[in-house]
Design a protein around this ligand. Structure first.
Ligand code: MG
Length: 306
């Protein structure tokens, strides 16, 4: 099956810049544009952990497998160049169209972001479906957004709305690649991360990397309609979902106060930008409620939205 699949894959993706040599040789050749450095990220998705093959179509799973990687590129302000895909196909699925369907879902997103699939590998083995994607991107040399670059007094900003992605958004989201590139080109952004494991946890990663702390204003957090829907079922508050659900794949970033004010006023992106708090010089992670009361912000654990 592998030969047949790789052959089919090769017929789907040709060699065009930045890929000077695509599928068919021992390895692909990829040339980053001049003046830019390569950004590389990889993410592996497993059946029943990140998706459920009994419920979700292979096309949606393929889409997600690439999308989570493009979200990581976006968090570095990188532009996608190419992707590599490795799949473990369960033995009982080896004669089905599953690999092609995964690829078709991936291709939908790859085309949207001009990110050709430059190679791949397929194994058939006992065990769950595993899809591993490695994405290559490029960013202007020394200009990547890093988690460690938050500065005291920076404002904390997020794109979009948070929480409740397990109702479906975790499979169908659009990675914030274009938004990140637009911000990167036009505004002073200091630190950034994408929200994969929940606002509270990913914020804690950002501030720890920066040797700083943060205060989040709970009533400013943009809560998604899905978080409200889920709150009716769970009995938790919508903001708890927004803080802890994860798999939002929105950007969390910091910027100087005047830049944050300008971003919130101009709203230059296709999605909303919201100022949700401030970076502090202490190393505490705190929340402030609507009455002004400050308390520790729990790094609420992430739950993958299946
Ligand atoms: Mg990430």
């Amino acid at each position: 099956m592998e030969l047949e699949f790789v052959k089919w894959l090769a017929s789907q993706s040709g060699a065009a810049p930045p890929i000077s040599l695509g599928i068919g040789d021992d390895a692909a050749l990829v040339a980053p544009p001049p003046g830019r450095e390569l950004v590389v990220t990889t993410d592996m998705l497993t059946d029943r952990v990140h998706f459920d093959l009994r419920e979700h179509s292979a096309e949606r799973i393929g889409y997600k497998a690439l999308a989570v990687n493009l979200s990581d590129l976006a968090a570095m302000a990188a532009e996608p160049l190419a992707a590599l895909v490795s799949i473990n196909v369960p033995r009982n699925e080896s004669a089905t169209p599953l690999p092609r369907e995964l690829y078709i879902g991936m291709r939908r997103l790859a085309d949207q972001f001009s990110c050709p699939i430059a190679g791949g590998d397929t194994n058939v083995a006992d065990g769950p479906l595993v899809v591993s994607v490695t994405a290559l991107g490029s960013v202007e040399t020394n200009r990547a957004w890093l988690r460690c670059a938050a500065e005291p007094e920076d404002r904390l900003l997020v794109t979009g709305a948070l929480g409740g992605s397990r109702l479906g958004r975790h499979l169908d989201f659009t990675p914030r690649v274009n938004e990140a590139r637009q911000l990167h080109a036009n505004f002073e952004v200091h630190a950034a991360i994408d929200i994969s494991d929940g606002l509270a946890l990913d914020l804690s990663r950002l501030v720890e990397a920066s040797g700083a702390g943060a205060i989040v204003d709970l009533d400013r957090i943009p809560v998604s309609p899905d978080a409200i829907k889920l709150a009716h079922q769970s009995g938790k508050s919508p903001v708890t979902h927004a803080l802890g659900d994860g798999e939002d794949f929105e950007l969390l970033f910091t910027a100087p106060k005047h830049v944050a004010a300008e971003l919130c006023r101009l709203q230059p992106l296709g999605c909303r930008i919201t100022d949700i708090g401030q970076i502090t010089i202490d190393r505490l992670l705190q929340q402030r409620d609507a009455s002004g009361q400050i308390s520790p912000l729990e790094r609420s654990g992430y739950q993958h939205g299946v």
